[in-house]
Design a protein around this ligand. Structure first.
Ligand SMILES: Cc1cc2nc3c(=O)[nH]c(=O)nc-3n(C[C@H](O)[C@H](O)[C@H](O)COP(=O)(O)O)c2cc1C
Length: 331
């Protein structure tokens, strides 16, 4: 059983599932695994600041996917000094033949022209419906809207996916992906029923065998239930949903105490802490993006098995609805 939607058609994929960018983790091996299973994945460019390493990763993905199209994630920061690598990343990905890009962060106005001129398909990911409407006006090809449950950046308003999905479908005319808390196929079926064309998934796939992170890190994700995430950095208007670690609790305590100097937070939120945690499995000192859908990730298994399970559950949900439907006499 498959679902054909505007997103599966746009990206030429079999499953209505976008496996969103994952800082440090979404590399060639992971992306190739989800692409081979019929979904779309995005190599996260910021993970490869060295141009040679980025080029090599794209080449590896090309080999591992057997020539199937795959995507790249480009994150645009609100701070221009953090975007210095993007131009180079775009040149490299286009040269490597990549034509599917997931953008996130601030509106991709500056980078749309080179991408569109090269014929790339751009999916812009946002955390609020009004930003999706703006992105549609900018000329992206599809939008993804993530709700409060998501790992990473749920935005400022923290609107849950159950409200945001149908609201986005009402407001946006473009092909639409919805994410935030999706880890069971019944939710995927519900999203499609609510007008979405695909789900965006991050957290549920963190336990994929092809994710290079340390087995202790993945075991921690597998053990987490829906209560084991925390919202941090809200006071800086840069909210993260992260794993409940010692570092996350310390950040929370600083924010509750009213600390406004970023320097007090810097040692706790450094990206290098994340990389070390993924390498060593010792997670306590890092702020690690994690969504509430961690509750659906119960064991380490191949990405393809996770995706197939989601599809089987979606199909079961569809059948359940069919079975519940009753004919009513016209009144
Ligand atoms: C560990 C982790 C790292 C992430 N890194 C990025 C990133 O670098 N760029 C990005 O656009 N989104 C990133 N995200 C967000 C995901 O691409 C996706 O939008 C989100 O995980 C969907 O919500 P879910 O976690 O509830 O599935 C990250 C998410 C996680 C869990």
């Amino acid at each position: 059983m498959a679902f054909r939607t505007r997103i599966t058609e746009l990206l030429g994929i079999e499953l209505p599932i976008l496996c969103g960018g994952l800082m440090w983790l979404a590399d060639a091996r992971y992306v190739a695994a989800v692409v081979r299973a019929g979904a779309m994945g995005f190599i996260t460019a910021r993970t490869f600041p060295d141009p040679g390493a980025f080029r090599a990763e794209l080449q590896l993905a090309r080999e591992l996917t057997g020539g199937r199209p795959f995507g790249v994630n480009l994150h645009l920061s609100a701070r221009p000094e953090e975007n210095t690598l993007i131009e180079g990343h775009i040149a490299i990905l286009l040269e490597a033949g990549v034509r599917i890009v997931e953008t996130s962060g601030v509106p991709p106005k500056a980078i749309l022209p080179p991408l569109k001129e090269a014929g790339a398909t751009v999916v812009h990911k946002v955390s609020a419906v009004r930003h999706a409407v703006s992105a549609e006006r900018l000329g992206v090809d599809a939008v993804a809207v993530v709700g409060a449950e998501c790992g990473g950046h749920p935005g400022l308003h923290l609107i849950g996916t159950i409200v945001q999905a149908p609201r986005a479908a009402q407001a946006v005319g473009l092909p639409l992906a919805i994410g935030g808390g999706i880890g069971h196929g019944s939710q995927l079926a519900a999203l499609l029923a609510m007008g979405a064309d695909a789900a965006v998934i991050g957290t549920r796939l963190l336990v994929a065998e092809e994710i290079w992170g340390h087995p202790d890190y993945k075991a921690r994700v597998a053990a987490a239930d829906e209560t084991m995430t925390r919202l941090v950095m809200q006071s800086f208007r840069n909210t993260y949903r992260a794993m409940d670690t010692e570092a996350a609790r310390q950040v929370e305590a600083l924010e509750k105490a009213g600390e406004v100097d970023f320097e007090a937070y810097r040692p706790l939120v450094a990206g290098t802490n994340q990389k070390r945690a993924y390498q060593t499995g010792d997670v306590e000192g890092a702020i690690l993006s994690l969504g509430q859908a961690a509750c659906f990730a119960e064991r380490i298994e191949p990405a393809a098995a996770i995706l197939h399970q989601l599809m089987a559950e979606a199909e079961a949900a569809r059948r359940r609805l069919d079975g519940l439907a009753v004919e009513t006499a016209d009144v």
